[in-house]
Write a protein that binds this ligand. Sequence first.
Ligand code: B16
Ligand code: MG
Length: 215
Amino acid sequence: MNCHAVIFDLDGVLTDTAIYHFHAWKALADKLGIAFTEHDNEQLKGVDRLGSLRWILQQGGLTLSEAEEARLMQQKNAHYLALIDHMTAADLYPGVQPLFAALRQSGIKIGLASASKNAAFVVQRLGIAAQFDYIADANQVVNSKPDPEVFLLAAKGLGVTPEGCIGVEDALAGIEAINRAGMKAIGIGDAKVLSGAIRVYPNVKAIKLEEMLGV
Ligand code: B16
Ligand code: MG
């Protein structure tokens, strides 16, 4: 393909924030008396904040008012922000910097499409904010993954057509979003899980650029 841009997901692709999301959701679930395991947390990868809260509440058979949901989300996020406050460039997954450098050298733009409202803060902590040609996150979209909106917004911001983009995702909902955006999907994780991806690598470091661009 003629690739003009590669658009990355953040959590689980460029860094591991899932563990912090887990601790913060677990603390909230404990308070509510709802069981929540690391396995449960897997279901929430790529799912936005409200969707995640509602998934947990459903496990406990709870339905709350919007005001109560907002209060709980605020609580969880304050805890999550405290947990990620110590993140530094050392938390960037291995292989990200060399891949970004190779993309830049090939004249391929770099975008971000994250379901997180904290994406700008995290990339700033990781020291890579300036390396993106465009950042699209949950603050700018109405519909979250698997809706293609955040990927389409990233392509628009980068000034490229979706057909000229490769999307890189670790979550099933994200792979679906990329496919629905009309982009080529590359998965990070388990090929059996990410069945909608054209190619799956175990992590970013394992990506072979020529091979990925050849999809
Ligand atoms: P926040 P991504 C997603 O980010 C995470 O995978 C998901 O677990 C999280 O619930 C979601 O962001 C919302 O995060 O509460 O920070 O807005 O993988 O799309 O970069
Ligand atoms: Mg992710």
